[in-house]
Design a protein around this ligand. Structure first.
Ligand SMILES: [Zn+2]
Ligand SMILES: [Zn+2]
Ligand SMILES: [Zn+2]
Length: 480
């Protein structure tokens, strides 16, 4: 409503309010029209089943096609599914994005899968024997070194006399709450080593690989056996997740386990104790030092982990206090987050002009711009810094694990597919039939995403499913 006496045609503020209201009304009617369209859809119930089977995915992918399973000897059709009879001739499947900022329901499911995957490697289950609980197991955090002082949560750097050469302060003297936007921002941006930070993030996967190799080398040295021999005696299994700190540097949180030579089902050698693993992890991390062949213009290019290294035994293995569930939940939490937690953006950057227009802190903008600039250098081309500028240089996966650590996302999905099939009455598109059948299928992409009314219905479905899961979890907790 405009106030009496103020004319929206002459008063700019009133005009803006009037136009906003008009726009809202237009929007509302768009959703309403869409709801009417959905209501008229003869197979609405079937569409709702599909969306329920995707868990209320916010950005479903629509496919059209068919799958036919034939008996390999007789050619008899055993099963046949086609989208021809589905609403609009198409089938919705999950987007499977792990990021909560893109699709909350799929991210939640991915976190759940990660929890089970990490947990199975700690306590057994999902095809992993329970005896892994008796193997030496550690929860390890590998940090990045300092690239310059940043404001930190709690008591920040003490206030000090004098200024740096850019007239920036050496200290701060404040106490910052965790919500303070200053946390993670450099005390002096001119002193901050932006190229070093970006190149460290970009090389973090290589550092992790060097750490794992070192674990074997240091175990070999401690036990007085050759480097080739040690891999015939024991296997280091690990799962790690990458976390962005507030300053935008990558940290790795990892579960490290010592197995026998054949992985989780084989007993580690008698000398393989938790203390030995603890000492080896410390020396292996401290020894990582890579000199990569980049431009002399950016220092000596020596890369190391930060001096702060946390390594804790897990409960059950020699008196550790950390529980398996707590560690699995901790790791799973990080897979739904990414570079957003450092205040960066979750989409690729296309141009330098785009970086200037981003709504980010000056620190994040400087990091992204540095990545972009370094991406122009021929000697750094292999780091693909233009493509990964929005990730502040890091191009690794959020979660990686050694082959023998535990089950896979694919296996967890296949286990769940049975359930989804029953729910939707849809033959799973990814199932491998056994040897006696031949599968013939053809699928094509026909679209993605929801219309405004569909989005509201899907969000409602996702909420219901989450509430049901919560109730089931609580009642399971009461029973146990
Ligand atoms: Zn989704
Ligand atoms: Zn501060
Ligand atoms: Zn300075």
């Amino acid at each position: 409503m405009t106030q009496p006496g103020i004319n929206p045609y002459t008063d700019p503020t009133a005009r803006r309010a009037f136009l906003d209201r008009e726009a809202r009304l237009r929007q509302l009617s768009e959703v309403e029209t869409d709801f009417v369209r959905l209501g008229d859809m003869p197979d609405l119930a079937r569409w709702l089943d599909q969306i329920r089977a995707t868990g209320g995915c916010a950005v479903p992918v629509y496919l059209a096609g068919h799958t036919t399973a034939l008996a390999s000897d007789t050619g008899e059709i055993l099963r046949h599914y086609t989208t021809a009879t589905e609403p609009n001739g198409r089938l919705a499947v999950r987007c499977r994005n792990r990021r909560a900022s893109r699709c909350a329901p799929c991210s939640r499911e991915h976190s759940g899968d990660t929890f089970h995957l990490v947990r199975a490697g700690l306590t057994g289950g999902k095809g992993i024997p329970d005896s892994v609980r008796t193997h030496p197991r550690l929860f390890v955090t590998l940090t990045a070194p300092s690239f310059g002082r940043v404001h930190r949560v709690g008591a920040c750097h003490p206030a000090r006399r004098g200024r740096c050469e850019h007239s920036g302060r050496h200290g701060c003297g404040s106490t910052h709450p965790a919500t303070d936007v200053l946390v993670g921002q450099p005390l002096c941006t001119a002193c901050y080593d932006y190229p070093g930070h970006i190149l460290w993030n970009a090389s973090a996967p290589v550092l992790w690989k060097a750490f794992r190799d070192n674990l074997y080398h240091h175990l070999a040295a401690r036990m007085g056996v050759g480097r080739g021999e040690i891999r015939r005696l024991t296997r280091v299994s690990a799962a790690k997740v990458a976390e962005y700190q507030r300053r935008g540097a990558i940290h790795f949180h990892a579960v490290v386990r010592l197995d026998g030579p054949d992985g989780p089902a084989s007993h580690p050698p008698s000398w393989a104790s938790t203390d030995l693993l603890l000492e080896t992890v410390r020396s292996a991390a401290a020894a990582v030092a890579l000199t990569l062949p980049w431009s002399a213009a950016y220092g000596d290019g020596r890369l190391r982990f930060g001096t702060q290294l946390d390594a804790h035994p897990l409960a059950g293995s020699d008196g550790g206090r950390l529980t398996d569930d707590a560690v699995a939940a901790y790791v799973a939490k990080y897979t739904s987050k990414s570079v957003e937690s450092a205040g960066a953006v979750d989409r690729r950057i296309e141009s330098l002009a785009e970086i200037r227009a981003l709504r980010v802190t000056s620190h994040v903008r400087a990091l992204i711009a540095t990545a972009w600039r370094l991406g122009d250098l021929p000697e750094l081309r292999h780091l693909r810094l233009h493509a990964w500028a929005h990730m502040l240089g890091y191009r690794g996966h959020c979660l990686t694990k050694t082959r023998a650590y535990s089950t896979t996302y694919g296996q967890l999905r296949a286990d769940r597919a049975d359930h989804a099939r029953t729910l939707a009455g849809v033959r799973d598109l990814y199932t491998d039939w056994d040897d006696t059948t031949i599968t013939e299928s053809a699928w094509r992409f026909v679209g993605t995403g929801h219309t405004p009314a569909e989005a509201l219905l899907a969000a409602g479905i996702a909420e219901d499913l989450a509430a049901n899961r919560e109730i089931a979890r609580q009642s399971a907790g009461e029973r146990s």
